[in-house]
Structures are given as structure tokens and as C-alpha cells.
Design a protein. Structure first.
Ligand code: GLV
Length: 320
């Protein structure tokens, strides 16, 4: 019977399944992130680790992990784990694909709509008591969404789900850029494959759905923003470092682009102070792409299923 360490609060019913299989489970029952010292200490005794994408499972952690057999990352992304080090140590790494696609696409659209139609600013306006009635030139005139051009960077599962919302729900023209062409998106959604530069130049809304890799780090830099329409809105629900946050603040402050809907940040949980000051057409949320009860529960279930499988000597269900 094995020791499982969980770095964050997880639905108790899911952890019960580990206990029912005879494993000892220790969960860090506190809000916020685990400290480095604590992680290094706990990992040395554990045979399974359930962790967050904000936990850095790097070579040092792997080296300390003498008995570890599996790292079950509670996320679809896994750039927080040093895969080479884990592989060299014979540790399985798993993620939670599939269950968060539609939920994250919903949030993408929420940000797109909120930034375009200035929903958050308008909400604050009403709450402040400043609403004096309907008039033609009200203070919160926004940007049209329906029928506009939606640019998807990264036409994977989530990108396709966002494209579907745009095309079928809002009659948008979809263009996309990816390292591979997506025939299903082209057939079902009439999505058009374009170069990154063309996508920047043509899109009214640019939605980022690419994983963070060496190639995509700071894909959105000053040069990229200079190519975008001054009326365009950037939505990032993928990974913060895909966007150079300083360049984004510059682009918004100088009117190089019109707005942004941002769920992920370059140095989470820190947010560029310049970004915090911007309100017009800017909506900021705290990495909540997958944050519904149903989806977070499903993610926990997948992580536990993978741990149960590996500890039983079976193949993991979602190896990365
Ligand atoms: C969230 O960002 C995830 O990768 O699941």
C-alpha cells in the first residue's frame, strides 16, 4: 500500500477512492500554493504525487523523489513538469485531457464578449449608482462580435471548440494558425488556415490556445501587436508566457489594440501592475478556464484514476 501526497485541496470523495484501495493519503489542506521546502520534503516520502500546474516538478524535485512512481498533474498542460528528468527516473507523468475542453471554450467566449461589450466596466458603473438612463451615446459603447473575424492560434481541442462557438453561435468567419492544418475545423467550420502574420492582420478577435513551448514563448511580442488591428481584442486562456505581458500593456496603453480578455499571466500569480490599471475593454480573471464544479471534479477523478492504475501496477490512462 502506497503513500500518496496531494499538494492542494481536492474533493474528499475522490481521495476516499485512494483510501478505499488501501493507500495512505496526505492532502495539504490549505489555500494557496505549497512552498518549495514543503514540496521537497513531502515528495521524498511519496509514491504518488497529485499536484497543480503551479507546482514546479523540476529536476531537483525529481531527484528528491526516491520512491515516486507517478506525478498526476491536475491540468491538461504539463510544462511545469520536467518530463525528461521524470522519464529518466522512471516516473510516470499524467494529465487531465478531454474534460475541460468545452468549459475552457465557454470561458474564452465569456472573456471575448465581456471585453468587446465592456460588461465588467458597465457592471461597475451600475453598482456605483452612475446609471442615469438609456441614451444613444451611452458611456459603454462597445465592439460588435457577430459576423466578425475570429482568429484562433492553436486549433487543437479547445481552439476548435471556440471556433465552433464563433462560427455556429455568432456567424463569425474563422481563420486559424497552427503547426498543423486541421481538416475537421476546415470542413465543419469553414475555418481557413493562414500564416501567423495574416491571422494577426485580419482578425477582430485573436484567441490564444497554443501550449507553452520554446517556440510559443512570447509569440505575442511588440511586433505581433503592431500587426494587429487597432480595433482587435486579444483573448488568452492558454498560458501567460505565450504573451509578452509588458508588450501587451504597451499595446493596450498606446491603442495599438483595443482590448484584452486575460485568464493567464506571465508570472502567475503576479500580474503586471500596468495591466491592472487598464479597464476599458480589458477583463482579467484568475486562471479559471476549467473552473466549474463539474469540470474540476472530473479533473480530480482522472488524476485519481491514474494514480490508482499506476499504484496497481497497471498502465496509466493519460500518460504525457
Ligand atoms: C489549465 O490551465 C490546464 O492546463 O488544465
Amino acid at each position: 500500500m502506497a503513500k500518496v501526497y496531494v499538494t492542494c485541496r481536492v474533493f474528499p470523495e475522490e481521495l476516499e477512492r485512494l483510501r478505499a484501495a488501501g493507500h495512505t493519503v496526505e492532502m495539504r489542506d490549505a489555500p494557496g500554493l505549497i512552498t518549495r521546502e514543503k514540496l521537497l520534503g513531502k515528495v521524498s516520502e511519496a509514491e504518488a504525487l497529485i499536484c497543480l500546474l503551479s507546482d514546479h516538478i523540476d529536476a531537483e524535485v525529481i531527484e528528491k523523489a526516491g520512491k515516486l512512481r507517478i506525478v498526476a498533474n491536475l491540468a491538461v498542460g504539463y510544462e511545469n513538469v520536467d518530463l525528461a528528468a521524470a522519464q529518466a527516473a522512471g516516473i510516470v507523468v499524467t494529465n487531465t485531457p478531454g474534460v475541460l475542453t468545452e468549459t475552457t471554450a465557454d470561458l474564452t467566449f465569456a472573456l471575448l464578449l465581456a471585453a468587446a461589450r465592456r460588461v465588467v466596466e458597465a457592471d461597475a458603473f451600475v453598482r456605483s449608482g452612475a446609471f442615469y438612463g438609456w441614451e444613444l451615446l451611452q458611456p459603454h459603447l462597445g465592439l460588435e462580435v457577430h459576423g466578425k473575424t475570429l482568429g484562433i492560434v492553436g486549433m487543437g481541442r479547445i481552439g476548435t471548440a471556440v471556433a465552433r462557438r464563433g462560427r455556429l453561435g455568432f456567424g463569425m468567419d474563422v481563420i486559424y494558425h497552427d503547426s498543423h492544418q486541421s481538416k475537421p475545423a476546415e470542413t465543419e467550420l469553414q475555418a481557413k488556415y493562414v500564416s501567423f502574420e495574416t491571422l494577426l492582420e485580419k482578425s477582430d478577435f485573436v484567441c490564444v490556445h497554443t501550449p507553452l513551448t520554446r517556440e510559443t514563448r512570447h509569440l505575442f511580442d511588440r511586433q505581433a501587436f503592431l500587426r494587429m488591428k487597432k480595433t482587435a481584442i486579444l483573448v488568452n486562456v492558454a498560458r501567460g508566457p505565450v504573451v509578452d505581458e509588458k508588450a501587451l500593456v504597451w499595446a493596450l496603453e498606446t491603442g495599438q489594440i483595443a482590448g484584452a480578455g486575460i485568464d493567464v499571466y506571465e508570472e502567475e500569480p503576479k500580474v503586471n501592475p500596468g495591466l491592472l490599471k487598464l479597464q476599458e475593454h480589458v477583463v482579467l480573471v484568475p486562471h479559471i478556464g476549467s473552473a466549474t464544479f463539474v469540470t474540476r471534479r472530473a479533473m480530480a477523478r482522472i488524476a485519481v484514476d491514474n494514480v490508482l492504475a499506476v499504484l496497481a501496477g497497471e498502465a496509466p490512462l493519460n500518460p504525457v
